[in-house]
Write a protein that binds this ligand. Sequence first.
Ligand code: RP5
Length: 166
Amino acid sequence: MSNSAPKVGVIMGSKSDWPVMEHAVAMLERLGVPYETRVVSAHRTPDLLFDYAKSAAERGLQVIVAGAGGAAHLPGMVASQTPLPVLGVPVESKALKGLDSLLSIAQMPGGIAVGTLAIGKAGATNAGLLAAQIVGLQDAAVREAVETFRAEQTQTVLDNPDPRPD
Ligand code: RP5
């Protein structure tokens, strides 16, 4: 974790979400965005959820990335308790492969917004990227890191036009 004051909070409903949510953290690290990460469960630690969400803005966070699976109430409940933008990552569940998580996070009633990403690793990766882009609105170094990341990604594709395995 970075030594600077965290600008992004990456929370998840369970330790079991880490193998997915670590991809959000990896992107933030790659882009040099200070972050914090911890388990906050909507169902098992509701008081902690409220404390975390209510104090997030005054602690200096600018964005919250929240991942959860199954009956994934975490992102929506956090969004209801903070003015910060909340990005929701549907974690793949065993029973329904994350479709339950996706619908739980995406189908917010009008008036409380959660930016919902794709199910699983791609969603977590893009949540980290989107969080960095939001931080980058006010942080030139992060904005530049995002631009460099995208330019390198483009170049990698252009440098490897042959689709057959190496
Ligand atoms: C959700 O329940 C968590 O986000 C996790 O995806 C799911 C299962 O949690 P565990 O039973 O593995 O702790 O709250």
